[in-house]
Design a protein around this ligand. Structure first.
Ligand code: FEO
Length: 172
């Protein structure tokens, strides 16, 4: 059982995860349009992961007897200055998501909602990894600057990322 407050907050965040998916889908398309196929693939994997995150909230809300309310979403940006700009935008967005997850966790602690605390634990850990990956890529991009060969090397590395679906096929 969830409190009204908790249910509303989780539902709001479910929509934020869906926005994240749209943001990375937009970045994937832009990267593809400027010939960075590796980055396009990386952002497509990121999009797929965000859909898994979205579905985790969806499944959790439903399992608690709540219904999901899909709100209108802001359109994500469609153009970017550079690959570095995309990854800096990604890190900024993920830091925002981390703050959201922390706030949800604080609410669950305040309400002594142990089930939701356990549910959110996965996201707390996930956000560490998300931010770490982005920082690593940003570091490499800053290192190569405008060097075309360096950028192509990084693009090739980014293309190696693969989407790993949730182990059991379940999303909760
Ligand atoms: Fe769902 Fe990238 O946080």
């Amino acid at each position: 059982m969830l409190s009204k407050n908790m249910s509303t907050a989780l539902n709001r965040h479910l929509n934020t995860e869906l926005y994240s998916a749209h943001l990375y889908l937009s970045m994937s398309s832009y990267a593809s349009s400027i010939g960075l196929k590796g980055a396009a693939s990386w952002f497509m994997v990121q999009y797929q992961e965000e859909m898994v995150h979205f579905m985790k909230f969806y499944t959790y809300l439903n399992s608690q007897g709540e219904h999901v309310s899909l709100g209108p979403l802001d359109a994500p940006p469609g153009e970017f200055k550079s690959l570095l700009d995309m990854y800096e935008g990604t890190l900024k967005h993920e830091m925002f998501i981390t703050r959201c997850i922390n706030e949800l966790t604080e609410l669950a602690v305040t309400e002594k909602d142990h089930a939701t605390q356990i549910f959110l634990q996965w996201f707390v850990t996930e956000q560490i990894e998300e931010e770490e990956n982005d920082r690593e890529i940003i570091g490499k991009l800053k290192l190569v600057g405008d060097n075309g060969y360096g950028l192509l090397m990084i693009d090739s590395e980014l293309g190696a990322r693969v989407f790993t679906p949730p182990a059991t096929g379940a999303v909760a």
